[in-house]
Design a binder for this molecule. Structure first.
Ligand code: ADP
Ligand code: GLC
Length: 494
């Protein structure tokens, strides 16, 4: 069996968030379950540069001389064990800025075209467009890849099973109706049971409509998105497709995130040598300009957005500093929140340390040195930083929502009694519940044996991809069997 994955990010080549971590880590686990993966990704500068450096840049595996008006080619490459097809289309992807935003932070105005092109090529590959490669299933991630399924259903790949994974329903790929003719889809697809969405074109909506199966990244989030509160306009369709909707929780790359081998740490450690964390804590204190007084040191590694509850955090910084808690925050995002945090850091020198920007190595050090990681999200499809925290003995303090609710065991009396608690959960999210959770964490931290037991329970739990990859593999296998059965029935009827 062979899987084609289509995605707009893949760690370690290009990453804006957890999507990249998942797309980068799942293939190795899936191949152990009988599903080798080739991943189609856009040839952004960051991708092309790294591929060049490995010397893997080969001849074009296929040319598309007029792909949405630009010259494009597919390059077959591999990078650190990942099999890739890179869509090298300079007219679409070779520009300074991020994958989705220009240097000024605005969406690229031709994002509809950039990701329709990715999708059209994905569908071509699904239809056997590349010699010697016929995928048995196509797995598309988020809105950027979702239109692949629309092209597949209306082209030669209509019998190949397609799976959509929703990593975040908040990002939907909604565009003006005027782009529709340029997509090259049949006219009748501009309808409620096609790609039309609130009077425009919806890429994620189209994916949900056409997928044989839809997965999202935790069971709780799978339930939440069928409600009016968190369905973000798509709850009706998701309820209608409820029989095809599955929640499969993310795992983590246990090689990349391994405290016993992590080169970004000042000192490596295991659950048995957890004392080694002290040197990492000292390194965090130094690099974030924090006092060394043994008080609870809480880290935050996050996009600074409303979804992540960062506005509430920013509004409570003075209260948190007043509790004697230290904070080391690494993040970037909303300019207003960044400004509030900068001002707070200068008010509370030694107590609130801040680094604005994106820094992969610092993210590792913070997990290895802070006592706890705070994740006060309003909604969280899965969340990975709490999983990294668990593995690194950095106790997660999380809002009870989505994947956070599914992966952290709250230190309530029952869990403490049975030594299975791994963190602190709180909810519903508010300033009061946030401060109460921090106070609870502070009390647990002051009781050293209890805190050590919580750290140990998290560090020894299994968050590898193995179990979840088995679930994806089982789902893919069922879809292949169902399509075969439908094919047989069709040919008997003919
Ligand atoms: P999301 O994808 O919604 O942002 P996740 O928790 O799934 O949330 O994944 C976030 C990923 O991005 C993690 O790997 C986290 O370590 C990383 N990350 C977030 N912000 C930063 C930052 N400022 N610097 C480095 N890594 C970051
Ligand atoms: C999204 C979600 C996050 C999830 C990640 C990977 O970015 O916001 O919760 O962990 O995708 O699935």
């Amino acid at each position: 069996m062979k899987l084609l994955a289509v995605a707009s990010e893949i760690h370690p080549l290009i990453k804006t968030g957890g999507l990249a971590d998942v797309v980068g880590a799942l293939p190795a686990a899936l191949s152990r379950h009988g599903w080798p993966v080739i991943t189609l990704v856009p040839g952004y500068p960051a991708v092309m540069k790294r591929i060049d450096r490995t010397g893997a840049k080969g001849r074009a595996a296929k040319r598309y001389p007029a792909l949405f008006g630009v010259d494009a080619k597919l390059i077959r490459a591999s990078y650190e064990g990942r099999d890739l097809l890179i869509l090298d289309a300079p007219g679409l992807y070779d520009r300074e800025g991020g994958p989705y935003l220009d240097m000024a932070g605005h969406d690229w105005t031709d994002n509809w075209r950039r990701y329709a092109a990715l999708a059209a090529v994905g569908a071509d590959l699904a239809a056997g467009g590349l010699r010697h490669f016929q995928p048995d299933v196509v797995h598309v991630h988020d809105w950027q890849a979702a239109l692949t399924l629309a092209y597949m259903r209306h082209g030669r790949a209509r019998h190949v099973p397609g799976v959509l994974t929703i990593h975040n329903l908040a990002f939907q790929g909604r565009f003006e109706p005027g782009i529709f003719p340029a997509l090259g889809l049949p006219d009748e697809t501009y309808s409620v049971d096609g790609v039309e969405y609130y009077g425009g074109v919806g890429y994620l909506k189209a994916g949900i409509q056409y997928a044989d199966a839809i997965t999202t990244v935790s069971p709780s989030y799978a339930r939440e998105i069928t409600t009016g509160e968190w369905g973000m306009g798509l709850d009706g369709l998701l309820r209608a497709r409820g029989g095809a909707l599955h929640g499969i929780v993310n795992g983590i790359d246990t090689q990349e995130w391994n405290p016993s081998t992590d080169a970004d740490l000042a000192a490596r450690f295991t659950a048995k040598t957890i004392g080694g964390r002290a040197r990492n804590r000292a390194a965090v204190e130094k690099s974030f300009g924090l006092d060394s007084d043994g008080s609870l040191l809480v880290t935050i590694v996050s996009r600074l957005t409303w979804q992540k509850g960062m506005d509430i955090l920013a509004s409570q910084i003075d209260a948190i500093a007043g509790m004697g808690i230290r904070i080391a925050l690494l993040g970037a995002g909303d300019a207003g929140i960044e400004g509030q945090l900068l001002a707070a850091a200068s008010r509370h020198r030694g107590r609130i340390g801040l680094r604005l920007g994106y820094d992969e190595a610092a993210a590792h050090l913070l997990q290895g040195g802070a006592d706890a990681i705070l994740i006060p999200s309003r909604t969280e499809p899965c969340g990975l930083t709490q999983l990294y925290g668990l593995r690194y003995g950095c106790v997660p303090i999380v809002a009870r929502t989505g994947g956070l609710a599914d992966t952290v065991i709250d230190a309530n009396e029952a869990a403490l009694g049975q030594q299975v608690a791994t963190g602190v959960q709180f909810g519903p999210l508010s300033a009061d519940s946030l401060l109460a959770a921090l106070a609870r964490a502070q009390a647990l931290h002051a009781d050293a044996p209890t805190w050590a037991a919580i750290q140990r329970a998290g560090m020894t739990a299994d968050f590898s991809w193995d179990r979840s990859a088995a679930r994806y593999a089982a789902l893919f296998g069922q879809l292949v069997a169902a399509k075969r059965a439908a094919g047989v029935a069709e040919s008997l009827a003919a």
